[in-house]
Write a protein that binds this ligand. Structure first.
Ligand code: NDP
Length: 300
């Protein structure tokens, strides 16, 4: 647990520690396998936010001592060309993880591309096989954001057994895998979404609240049970206030109002966000070990 924190969960600090642990485990893998772990990132088009995400992923992959393979394709790339690239990466032995940056331009069939990724290289955990493995409770690769949320929760709470948890949101990327992970830790899980009735009352009953909705400060302070632990996944940009060039980034939880009610909460930014890339590196290292027939690295 982060000793400096009172009730603030410092995801930035935790993620830096995780990246360090991954980096420290890389030389032993490289020694055994005769090559460094490799992550291939595929970006189609020039969406500015995606460019920034891919840039950070490449930089942090290299900083951890891993091989980074970058594939930047033009926005008018055709389905066949993209699928051919994924197949080529599947058969490339130097590649342990494949990440296709989403969303893809709208003329492309995103699901068909994801379906092609070799599940053993699926470091984003989004293929039907990875999703099925998670649901069945068998070894596989878990989507990075919920995996990061779970690490923060376990670091703070230890044993989650018997806790009442609510996940706001049911996306394939965050909500659904988060619910599966909480269930695997023996929580009693409610999954809420846009049609859920009496949302405030349901949130009020939860010991653990994971908000992944994408609605600025939707969860108010008085929705939260005294002493709850809150993981805020949402990243929302507010309209700029007077004199500001850019609006502030806020989560799905009204942070200032929530803080007095909770025993712990992740800030936005600096909470869940940094965990996502750290978990991508962790998943790549784990995938590399499994593909090489080595035991999973310890403590990750
Ligand atoms: P999606 O848009 O795919 O899913 C949003 C979910 O929220 C849906 O299940 C939707 O319900 C539900 N929802 C929408 N409005 C309400 C409401 N009023 N009450 C209850 N539920 C509601 O988003 P993602 O899961 O991809 O992302 C969620 C948030 O997390 C976003 O802000 C995103 O930017 C952020 N994010 C952050 C990451 C990080 O690294 N920190 C990584 C990934 C996402 P329904 O299914 O009924 O439509």
């Amino acid at each position: 647990m982060n000793a400096a924190a009172s009730n603030i969960i410092d995801g930035k600090d935790f993620a830096a520690g995780l990246r360090e642990k991954v980096g420290a485990a890389v030389p032993a893998f490289t020694e055994s396998a005769g090559r460094a772990p490799g992550l291939a990132v595929v970006l189609v088009g020039d969406d500015p936010a995606s460019q920034i995400y891919v840039g950070s992923k490449v930089k942090m992959t290299r900083a951890a001592g891993m091989e980074s393979f970058e594939h930047r394709l033009p926005a008018d790339t055709q389905q066949e060309a993209l699928e051919a690239l994924v197949k080529q990466l599947n058969s490339d032995d130097a590649v342990d993880g494949i990440l296709v940056q989403l969303p893809l331009p709208s003329h492309l069939d995103q699901q068909a591309v994801i379906d092609l990724i070799d599940p053993d290289k699926d470091v984003d955990g989004l293929t039907p096989t990875s999703t099925g493995r998670l649901a069945l409770g068998i070894e596989g690769l878990v989507p990075c954001t919920p995996l990061g949320c779970m690490m923060l929760l376990k670091d703070r709470l230890g044993d989650l057994s018997g806790k009442d948890a609510i996940v706001l949101g049911r996306s394939i990327l965050v909500g659904k895998p988060m619910a599966q992970l909480l269930l695997a830790e023996n929580c009693t899980v409610t999954v809420a979404h846009s049609r859920t009735r009496d949302l405030k009352e349901r949130v009020c009953e939860a010991d653990i609240v994971v908000a992944a909705v994408g609605r600025a400060e939707m969860v108010k302070g008085d929705w939260l049970k005294q002493g709850a632990v809150v993981i805020d996944v949402g990243i929302n940009r507010l309209e700029p206030a007077e004199g500001e060039k850019k609006g502030r980034l806020v989560g799905d939880v009204d942070y200032a109002a929530a803080t007095p009610h909770v025993s712990a909460i992740t800030p936005v930014p600096g909470g869940v966000g940094p965990m996502t890339i750290a978990c991508l590196l962790r998943n790549t290292l784990v995938a590399a070990h499994r593909r090489a027939g080595l035991a999973d690295p310890e403590g990750l």
